[in-house]
Design a protein around this ligand. Structure first.
Ligand SMILES: [Zn+2]
Ligand SMILES: [Zn+2]
Length: 264
């Protein structure tokens, strides 16, 4: 069983808390320590028993809060080699950095963690799939292209956390400078609603319980548009579809090995 909650999602700060009933993990922390604690209280969660922080890449919306958190909780931070080397110095020293090669798999406090390389405009970015008690959650955000490797890592997941960053029409019609549009749309940028829907179609299977859409742009997308595109890909599949907001925690989702679906 894994419970997870997105405490924040998007360009103003990402943080995902996972709980296997014994210990917890955080994936990224772009929130200040105060914000992180306030969001955890809102979500009726706490940061006790935190076994580690997994970092996807060095962009500020994913790492701004990891230094303070790691020092206050004396918690290990797991980073790919290139991410560790590219961390902004303003974060300060990490008390327990664990540096891995992108693609590594390891066990930590009852979790199995699989990292995988993604294409994004960062030094050595990775995504994760995390399992506990036979339940698997796949995370695919901050990536510009769905590769075979992304599909392989998302296969068999009971919950999927997928980036729906932009609606292509809104991006093209919007006010961003051409080079920024190109960056977002490009292979080293972000996934569109349609990219996420295509990925979902490719890995959809009967035991999928929950899909959570994340990293939704406030300028180039709308929650309704993102959900509509992905809902079409789900078709008649009964998996629950949610969308994470930038500034408030999601509900806590619980996924199990079997099809017993619960979400609070
Ligand atoms: Zn990001
Ligand atoms: Zn990024």
């Amino acid at each position: 069983m894994i419970r997870f909650c997105l405490l924040g999602s998007g360009s103003s700060g990402n943080a995902i808390l996972l709980d296997n009933g014994h210990s917890k993990l955080l994936i990224d922390n772009g929130l200040s320590y105060r914000q992180l604690c306030a969001r955890a209280v809102l979500a009726q969660l706490d940061l006790h028993d935190l076994a580690g922080v997994l970092v996807t890449h060095e962009h500020g919306d994913h790492v701004n809060g990891i230094g303070t958190l790691a020092r206050k909780h004396d918690v290990p931070v797991y980073l790919s080699r290139g991410t560790y080397e590219a961390l902004p110095p303003r974060l300060g020293a990490l008390p327990k950095p664990y540096v891995f090669d992108a693609g590594a798999t390891w066990d930590l406090a009852g979790f199995r963690i699989e990292s995988y390389s993604v294409t994004h405009d960062a030094a050595d970015p990775v995504g994760y799939a995390v399992s506990a008690g036979g339940a698997k959650v796949g995370f695919a955000f901050d990536l510009g292209a769905v590769t075979q490797l992304v599909r392989a890592r998302m296969t068999g997941a009971h919950a999927l956390v997928l980036e729906t960053n932009y609606c292509p029409d809104m991006l093209y019609d919007g006010d961003y400078p051409p080079q920024v549009k190109q960056r977002i749309h490009g292979r080293f940028g972000h996934l569109s609603n349609d990219d996420a829907a295509d990925l979902l179609r490719d890995v959809l299977h009967p035991a999928l319980q929950t899909v959570v859409l994340v990293h939704v742009s406030e300028n180039n997308n709308t929650p309704a548009q993102a959900q509509a595109v992905v809902r079409r890909a789900l078709g008649s599949h009964p998996a629950a579809l949610h969308l994470a907001e930038q500034h408030a925690p999601t509900p806590t989702f619980e996924v199990r090995h079997e099809a017993a679906r619960l979400s609070a």
